[in-house]
Design a protein around this ligand. Structure first.
Ligand code: PNS
Length: 162
């Protein structure tokens, strides 16, 4: 039986740090679904369609990756998709508390759901979508932080916002 794993996030926008998790996760799991969800604690800059589009472009060559969006609870999405696990990237200890809290809440909502954490690669420990947006809005160079295929479009869009 093929096992489906979900990689959820707000991906506003997807960074090299996220892409690194995707590339490592596809080697570990049969099929990976990257899903753009609503994080009620964040006000996104990019529309859901734009975020899905960016992730689709960078994963175009990966046969076992699917990208979509969902409006609702991650625990429900996992149930609907019949997935066995959720994978998340963990940067520093600062991520740990909120990620642990989410994982435990999700487990209450859907007891069949497992949350697995992949440590972020060393070079992306500091990287976040918010930091990328801030640097770009002040005209800084974000080329090392965003996958090449989508870099120009993201820079253009963030210039407009800034
Ligand atoms: O990339 P982020 O912003 O850290 O991802 C957080 C996200 C979108 C995965 C989280 O906010 C989420 O699961 N949102 C969907 C709504 C939900 O299930 N909330 C309860 C989580 S305990």
């Amino acid at each position: 039986m093929t096992k489906l794993t979900i990689y959820p996030g707000s991906f506003d926008p997807v960074t090299e740090g996220h892409f690194d998790i995707i590339k490592r996760a596809v080697k570990l799991f049969d099929r990976l679904v990257v899903v753009v969800l609503v994080n009620p604690g964040k006000k996104p800059v990019f529309s859901v369609q734009e975020r899905v589009g960016f992730i689709k472009r960078i994963t175009a060559g990966m046969d076992n990756v699917e990208v979509e969006s969902f409006e609702g609870l991650l625990a429900d999405y996992v149930k609907i998709r019949g997935a066995s696990a959720v994978v998340k990237g963990l940067r520093a200890m600062s991520d740990f508390e909120s990620e642990f809290q989410m994982a435990l809440t999700n487990k209450q909502l859907n007891p069949d759901m497992e949350t697995l954490f992949l440590n972020t690669s060393g070079e992306y420990m500091f990287l976040s979508s918010s930091m990328v947006k801030q640097v770009a809005s002040f005209g800084g160079d974000i080329s090392r932080f965003i996958p090449e295929e989508i870099r120009d479009d993201i820079v253009k869009r963030l210039r407009k916002v800034g």
